[in-house]
Design a protein around this ligand. Structure first.
Ligand code: TYD
Ligand code: MG
Length: 460
């Protein structure tokens, strides 16, 4: 194995290389961006991943292969035993893939992966759970608490990647969990575990192991204050799949979101609820999100969003009241603050509703974060409803994108959204007029098309 000869400092922003550390990068003038990285003497840089395929040994020349000649049969998918997780992964774990599971500390990453390990070990797979954070006893206690513990599951407490590499080569497990990448270290790198160079180097070693030994590896990564895994997306481009586990730590539900997936679609979500016996799958998230809705309250509107291929009903709440100060207060929890301001400006200019001296608070109930354009019309209606103090019917669902001219524009997957509304017993659906021709007539729900926001406002 190549030994690191020296180390140098590289700027994370512009790549400037220097022999000594600076607080400010001399090239791009960014502060605190220089990190220590090893410099290798041999020609092939460390971290180069040799994909199994047509490439020969380094040095000899490689032959391109026809697409039709490549067999894809060896990309087997294994079920994790957790339906919501399978869905986010695109139908199961792909052999030899590297998956990053990110999230705030304490959100339930270890719990989810341990549950997955139990299921997979029970299904006869060789599973190794490597923890750098908890002792074997702690893991055992947690596993017992989950009441699904499986005796075949292998555990290892280790933080040295060189040791882990050896173990993987000897044991040849099919599934490996690394909990967490921030505790792992490589001896050749002098910086502390969790630093950018350690995390990057560790991940590239794991990448080589996953591809070389055909092991599916799950890496747990804690998210930093800025909301990214260990610095500026150093890991995301290396791995095959990136999943984020999010949710309010105080609320019981958790959302697993795919943000990158080389083997499936992204933007799929899995919904879980944290119970005292671990995470439980939520089969009907819409019902769950609308739980406990206040009836007949003004400023409350239900919209239908798409999360990947799945429709999800959420409640938007708006509270508009007179401002006591010259500068009105506005907040948006769970959605884009600037979008709320923009829609209020559209309302003012295009519908003649003057809210410039009103405070406005917008909240997506349930602590969900949503940014889809289909939310716009619901948001507008919630604001108007609260401003006029007139409730929108409980049984009405609204969606559509609002343009700057106050027009209501088309959104995708209208039929799927309407079906979800029917399923949950809604009676009226307000949708963009341009989408009317694409939907099947049904007597189960009254569908109204609107051209602009004034039309929609007249309906309430
Ligand atoms: P954990 O998986 O340790 O979080 P992470 O690995 O993301 O840091 O989850 C920890 C939280 O979940 C902890 O605060 C306790 C809670 N929890 C339950 O509510 N029920 C359970 O059965 C388990 C195992 C944990
Ligand atoms: Mg953990």
């Amino acid at each position: 194995m190549a030994k690191a000869k020296t180390t140098a400092f590289f700027c994370k922003e512009c790549g400037y290389e220097s022999a000594k550390w600076f607080g400010q990068c001399p090239a791009c003038k960014e502060w605190n961006t220089l990190v220590e990285e090893p410099v290798y003497s041999d020609k092939q840089p460390k971290g180069v991943v040799r994909m199994t395929g047509n490439t020969k040994k380094a040095g000899s020349h490689a032959n391109p292969t026809r697409l039709s000649e490549i067999s894809t049969e060896d990309k087997n998918r294994m079920s994790t035993g957790i339906k919501e997780l399978d869905r986010v992964l695109g139908g199961g774990v792909v052999e030899g893939s590297l998956v990053l599971v990110g999230g705030d500390p304490g959100i339930g990453k270890s719990t989810l992966l341990l549950q997955m390990c139990n299921h997979m070990a029970a299904a006869g797979k060789k599973v190794l759970y490597i923890s750098g954070e908890e002792s074997l006893k702690q893991i055992k206690l947690r596993a017992e608490r989950l009441q699904e513990s499986n005796d075949k599951l292998l555990l290892l407490c280790e933080t040295s990647l060189d040791t882990i590499e050896q173990v993987l080569k000897e044991e040849k497990p099919e599934i490996v969990i690394i909990d967490s990448i921030q505790t792992m270290y490589r001896e050749e790198i002098s910086s502390a575990p969790g630093s950018v160079s350690q995390v990057r180097e560790s991940t590239s070693v794991l990448m080589q192991l996953a591809k070389g030994l055909n092991i599916s590896i799950f890496i747990v990564g804690h998210v930093t204050k800025e909301g990214v895994v260990a610095g500026p997306r150093v890991l995301e481009h290396m791995v095959d799949t990136v999943l984020y586990f999010e949710g309010d730590r105080n609320a019981a539900y958790r959302i697993l979101r795919g943000v990158k997936n080389r083997f499936g679609s992204t933007n799929e979500i899995g919904v879980f609820e944290m119970m005292d016996k671990g995470l439980e799958e939520v089969e009907n998230p819409s019902e769950y999100m609308l739980n406990g809705r206040a009836e007949g309250a003004s400023g409350s509107v239900v919209v239908c969003l798409m999360e990947g291929t799945r429709p999800l009903l959420v409640e938007i709440q708006a509270l508009v009241c007179d401002s006591n100060f010259g500068l009105p207060r506005r907040t948006a929890a769970g959605t884009d603050y600037n979008r709320v301001n923009l829609l209020m400006a559209v309302l003012e200019k295009r519908a003649g509703i003057h809210m410039s001296s009103s405070d406005a608070y917008v909240n997506i109930a349930g602590g969900l974060k949503v940014n889809e354009p289909a939310l716009d019309l619901g948001l507008v209606m919630a604001l108007v409803s609260s401003f006029k103090n007139r409730a929108v019917s409980d049984k009405t669902i609204i969606f559509g994108e609002v343009g700057l001219a106050g027009e209501v524009r088309a959104v995708s997957q209208v039929q799927v959204r309407i079906n979800e509304a029917v399923k949950l017993g809604f009676e009226t659906c307000i949708i963009p007029d341009v989408c009317m021709k694409n939907i099947k007539k049904t007597d189960k729900i009254n569908i109204i098309g609107v051209r602009n926001i004034s039309d929609a406002i007249k309906l309430i």
